[in-house]
Write a protein that binds this ligand. Structure first.
Ligand code: ADP
Length: 489
């Protein structure tokens, strides 16, 4: 049992799992248990869906501006609680506190405001099909929507998805990731204070194969919006078949970050290293630019600069203001990342920098020696057929792949089952536009990387999923269209 005990939110009540089970939450910077969360199961999901369905008829009748006011009130409460919630998230999943406090949490607050602004802008169309009828469409809420999120950005994904679901007038049952539920469970406590009626928002922590699976299969849930791995996406797709649920999927990636010789190489080196994959969250990002494609004529120069950036990364205690990279989230994920370091070596890649893990990184005597540390690691001499260039590693590990010209770069970039994101570094405007057009990905950045904004739709193509978070598009995906025909004859 951990020091701090977090609880579910079901029907407006903070509660333990009905079966009494708990899951330990581990501080990944020490490997020690620091909190416990409920191990919700199908019984808890049943109760949460029942509460959501009971709340739905009255919630649907709340006028849009009143709904917006609740979202805004929630934004204000979240702003007030930001420091505490950032602290919890830092402890729970290891992203640097400074980054959460200055970046994620303020963005979350803005997401709630952005979605509040959409509440009264959801409308259908009138369609003229002839003189003798009046035809129009209505955008209506779907009903109860299941939200399943992973552990790498709990508060950001919770905010983006839940705000969109509520803006469209739905009720929600959210299942956070078992490795990192605490910040979201703490943030759930603010809904009652904001004035949301009980049951409109429910949060049930638990394991994916228990609570998550029950949510996906529940006949009372009309849509599931999921962010997580592609493998789990496939399992959810199959489990949702019986109830023909609508699905929104934001899955994995193996994103190319492409540097041309004409680029501003200083900006590109920063953008593909600390900006792309050697991130505060230790590369545990679906949009990590883990394939660095470099034009052959600047290969050696750019690799030197990337290595310099990698060595400048400060890996360690995420609460320390000097830290720029935290640990890997769990022992399971840590072992997975480590296994790819050996795979790269076996495949013949050259280790340009990094490669140390665990206590070797922070020192055997450190109070953080038990943490799941991986140094920023760069492999050169890679080609796109290697497993390390094809499989999502979800850690601070990148491969450099040289290319000759535009056609070569595009072919390598698109030679992947994934299609989430891509970066292009060039001063050639026409080339930038061609790559934006031709790259098979949901997000393309030019002379930038990992830039996301609540007003911009975010999501993938191919094995990276479908459906979009953020932007008005995500709110529309949480509505269903009704077509009306009124006979005038
Ligand atoms: P990752 O940790 O690699 O992102 P997952 O995609 O498995 O891994 O996890 C993302 C979320 O999906 C988590 O909340 C997890 O509990 C949930 N999940 C895992 N398996 C299932 C499943 N079979 N059904 C529903 N949800 C699941």
């Amino acid at each position: 049992m951990g020091e701090v005990r977090y609880r579910n939110l079901v029907g407006g009540e903070a509660c333990d799992a009905r079966g009494g089970g708990t899951i330990d939450s581990v501080d990944p910077s020490t490997g020690a248990v620091w909190a416990s969360i409920p191990r919700g199961t199908a019984t808890d999901i049943d109760a949460a869906v029942a509460a959501a369905r009971a709340a739905l008829p009255a919630w649907k009748q709340v006028p849009p501006l009143q709904r917006a006011a609740l979202l805004r009130r929630y934004a204000e409460l979240l702003a007030g609680a930001s420091e505490e919630i950032a602290r919890i998230e830092c402890r729970d999943m290891g992203r640097p506190f400074r980054e959460l406090l200055a970046g994620d949490l303020p963005a979350c607050v803005q997401m709630w405001h952005f979605h509040a602004g959409i509440c009264d802008k959801l409308h259908g169309d009138t369609v003229d099909v002839g003189f003798t009828s009046f035809n129009f469409t209505r955008r209506e809420p779907i009903g109860v929507i299941g939200v399943i999120i992973p552990w790498n950005s709990p508060m950001s994904l919770f905010s983006a998805k839940v705000a969109a679901v509520l803006a469209a007038g739905n009720c929600v049952v959210l299942k956070p990731a078992e490795q990192a539920s605490c910040s979201v469970l703490a943030a759930a406590e603010l809904f009652a204070q904001a004035g949301f009626p009980p049951g409109v928002v429910n949060v049930v922590a638990g394991l994916g194969e228990e609570a998550g699976d029950a949510l996906v299969r529940h006949p009372g849930v009309g849509r599931v919006t999921f962010t997580g791995s592609t493998d789990t996406g496939r399992i959810i797709h199959a489990a949702a078949a019986d109830t023909l649920k609508q699905l929104g999927f934001e899955l994995g990636g193996k994103s190319p970050n492409i540097v041309f010789a004409d680029a501003d190489l200083d900006a590109a080196a920063a953008g593909v290293s600390t900006g792309g994959v050697f991130t505060g969250g230790a590369g545990q990002s679906c949009i990590a630019g883990s394939r660095i494609l470099v034009q052959a004529s600047v290969h050696d120069e750019l690799v030197d600069r990337i290595v310099e950036h990698a060595r400048g990364v400060v890996v360690g205690d995420p609460f320390d203001a000097a830290t720029t990279m935290g640990p890997i989230v769990s022992d399971v994920q840590f072992e997975r990342v480590r296994s790819y370091l050996s795979i790269a070596e076996k495949e013949g890649a050259t280790l340009a920098t990094g490669g140390r893990t665990g206590a070797e990184v922070v020192g055997l005597d450190s109070s953080h020696a038990g943490g799941y540390w991986v140094e920023p690691t760069l492999f050169t001499g890679c080609d796109n057929t290697m497993r390390v260039c094809r499989e999502e590693i979800f850690g601070p590990v990148a491969c450099v792949i040289p290319f000759d010209d535009d056609d070569d770069a595009l072919a390598i970039a698109n030679d992947t089952s994934y299609g989430l994101a891509a970066g292009v570094w060039t001063r050639d405007l026409a080339r930038a536009h061609r790559f934006v057009r031709d790259i098979e990905a949901g997000n393309v950045w030019v002379n930038a990387y990992r830039r996301i904004h609540w007003a911009l739709p975010f999501g993938g193509v191919k094995d990276s999923g479908h459906g979009r978070d953020s932007g008005i598009e995500s709110v529309l995906e949480n509505t269903q269209l009704k077509t009306a025909w009124i006979d005038l004859a």
